[in-house]
Ligand binder design. Structure first.
Ligand SMILES: [Zn+2]
Length: 175
């Protein structure tokens, strides 16, 4: 479960490289560890971990751009394992934190005493009033995405701004 942000290629038991997209240090969005052996034109080549002498770590600071990758940093095999273990540890902590918040968030409708159902993301248009009018000025408009939960009995709604928690909140099936 905590391996969702870690991919072992071509297989988990004896990978040639490992891609990490979660649980990384602050400011790093992606990391790739490749297992290597000295030799070849570039000074080293990728091999299975069981045959590796050392590892290369490359990181990206931003999502979506492969061009933003760092130059490879050489790690011992022990350091490479620790890097992966630390990412796993951070992912476990994030999972625990989300679980803790979920347990704290009350999705129950206070009037009907039943849980509100997740109905998906709604876009809220916000704006400022135009000059000399109460109508919204078009240039001031912004679309805010909100995760919405609705009571199936009375229709009251509860909203969470996008970008904070993973929705639907863990353990809650979507509809
Ligand atoms: Zn209700």
């Amino acid at each position: 479960m905590s391996d969702r942000g870690i991919e072992f290629k071509p297989n988990m038991d004896d990978p040639k490289y490992v891609k990490l997209t979660s649980g990384l240090p602050e400011g790093i969005s992606r990391a790739e560890i490749s297992y290597r052996k000295a030799g070849g034109l570039r000074g080293s080549r990728e091999v299975h971990r069981s045959a590796a002498e050392f590892a290369h770590l490359r990181t990206s600071a931003h999502t979506g751009y492969d061009g933003g990758r760092s130059a490879p940093e050489q790690l011992t095999l022990g350091h490479a394992e620790r890097y992966i273990e630390q990412a796993r540890q951070r992912m476990r902590e994030q999972d625990n934190e989300i679980r803790r918040i979920h347990e704290a968030v009350d999705l129950d409708c206070p009037w009907c005493e039943r849980r509100r159902t997740y109905i998906g993301v709604l876009g809220f248009i916000t704006g400022v009033a135009g000059i000399l009018t109460d109508r919204p000025a078009e240039w001031g408009q912004e679309l805010l995405h909100q995760h919405a939960y609705r009571c199936d009995r009375c229709g009251s709604m509860q909203y969470f701004a996008d970008g904070f928690l993973a929705h639907p909140l863990p353990g809650r099936p979507g509809t």
